[in-house]
Design a binder for this molecule. Structure first.
Ligand SMILES: [Zn+2]
Length: 187
């Protein structure tokens, strides 16, 4: 269901904190993905839930709020558009690498993304790795957007399946990355 507090914050026109920005964007990406998934024709998102009458009892019949928020917050909308474009470029590079058997799945990839850093806003590398669902992202400043893929040299974390530099550094949990170590040790 919707995070109404987050939406209210996004709609308020107040400057959003960085974490809030990313959370808002991630929310919209998730809505975008769900719509794509539910659509009867792949890639034709509008043919799905939008054409159905809204009903609170089924996710298949619910509408998503992305247009409403996007129309009232240009900065967030522009960053969503930009990140979606970059995600598309990365997705094409990953698909090519998969077809060439360079990688088995996207979490085995080290992606070098070239783009104008300003278009990434205030999102950190870690936040972008989560946003693009990647293990290993390198960002280089460039005028032209492009993405290249190689196999990451890092080991796979047994918990989150990301290949991360910190896997093996913990003596207590040598099969986990630093983030997962912190999660399991604070439980
Ligand atoms: Zn992990």
């Amino acid at each position: 269901m919707l995070n109404t507090a987050l939406l209210e914050q996004a709609l308020s026109g107040m400057p959003l904190r960085r974490a809030g920005d990313l959370a808002a964007i991630q929310h919209h990406i998730r809505a975008h993905r769900v719509r794509e998934t539910l659509s009867p024709v792949a890639g034709v998102g509008d043919a799905g839930p939008r054409s159905a009458p809204a009903a609170p009892t089924s996710v298949h019949l619910q509408l998503f709020p992305d247009c409403k928020v996007g129309a009232t917050d240009d900065a967030v909308r522009q960053q969503i558009d930009q990140l979606l474009r970059l995600r598309g470029v990365i997705g094409q590079a990953l698909e090519k690498a998969r077809q060439e058997k360079l990688i088995g799945n996207s979490l085995e990839a080290r992606v070098t993304l070239k783009c104008d850093r300003k278009t990434l806003g205030s999102a950190s590398k870690e936040e972008l790795e989560e946003f693009f669902i990647l293990s290993d992202l390198i960002i280089e400043d460039a005028d032209e957007v492009s993405a290249s893929v190689e196999k990451t040299p890092y080991a796979k974390c047994a918990r989150c399946w990301r290949h991360r530099e910190t896997v093996g550094q913990s003596t207590v949990h040598p099969d986990l990355c630093d983030r997962c170590v912190s999660v399991v040790t604070t439980k």
